[in-house]
Design a protein around this ligand. Structure first.
Ligand SMILES: [Fe+2]
Length: 213
């Protein structure tokens, strides 16, 4: 993406917002809330923290716009997962986990189907938000810098938020413990630069106090 495309992307986002964006976001969020209110609340927290990390890592305005949209829609594909799996209170079986792993593709296809160039870029980030730095993620097993920066940020924030909020099948763990786990996974599951940004923001107390206190 070149710098001179920025005004065009901004124009398209503004066009999207003025014509279909508000309704689109409302409809998608309502659908997600109806299916799984946790995922909507989680996505909203991921947007706030991902934006802070993106800013700290020096993403440009265009990347920040895509990051915000992708963070908000990263789990939108869970709309397409069956209730007995999506809302299962216990641990998932291997087959059920394989079904859940379809959500990045489902979400990306939903966004791509809208035929908007901005949402195509967002869709790519949604598709790859479960890739891992060491190549052990899904759906494509991308490694290191093959994974778009935006996806690497969302992956770290996604894990951090999941670890620090209460789920039906376990309690939230201490923030310090969550940061320790993420630090241990730097260069393995997570991008070292994104982990470093999260740790620096926490150590400087620059994160939202609700997110990192
Ligand atoms: Fe996800």
């Amino acid at each position: 993406m070149t710098k001179d495309r920025n005004p065009e992307i901004k124009r398209r986002i503004s066009l999207l917002e003025s014509h279909v964006g508000f309704k689109l976001e409302t409809i998608l969020k309502h659908a997600l809330k109806t299916r799984d209110s946790y995922t909507l609340e989680h996505s909203e927290r991921v947007v706030l923290l991902a934006e802070q990390i993106g800013h700290h890592m020096g993403l440009d305005e265009q990347q920040m716009d895509i990051l915000s949209l992708a963070a908000g829609f990263h789990d939108i594909g869970k709309i397409g997962i069956a209730d007995d799996i999506l809302l299962k209170p216990g641990k998932l079986s291997g087959d059920e986990y394989n079904d859940i792993k379809q959500h990045p593709k489902i979400g990306a296809n939903m966004l791509r189907s809208l035929g908007n160039p901005v949402l195509d870029e967002v869709a790519l980030c949604v598709l790859h938000h479960h890739e891992q730095w060491n190549g052990n993620g899904y759906p494509d097993g991308l490694q290191g810098e093959e994974i778009p920066t935006i996806c690497r940020i969302i992956a770290v924030v996604d894990a951090y938020d999941a670890m620090t909020t209460t789920r039906s099948y376990r309690s939230e763990i201490e923030i310090r413990k969550a940061l320790e786990i993420i630090k241990q996974e730097s260069g393995k599951q997570f991008c070292p630069e994104a982990v470093q940004a999260l740790l620096e923001l926490c150590s400087k107390q620059r994160l939202n106090s609700k997110i990192c206190s």
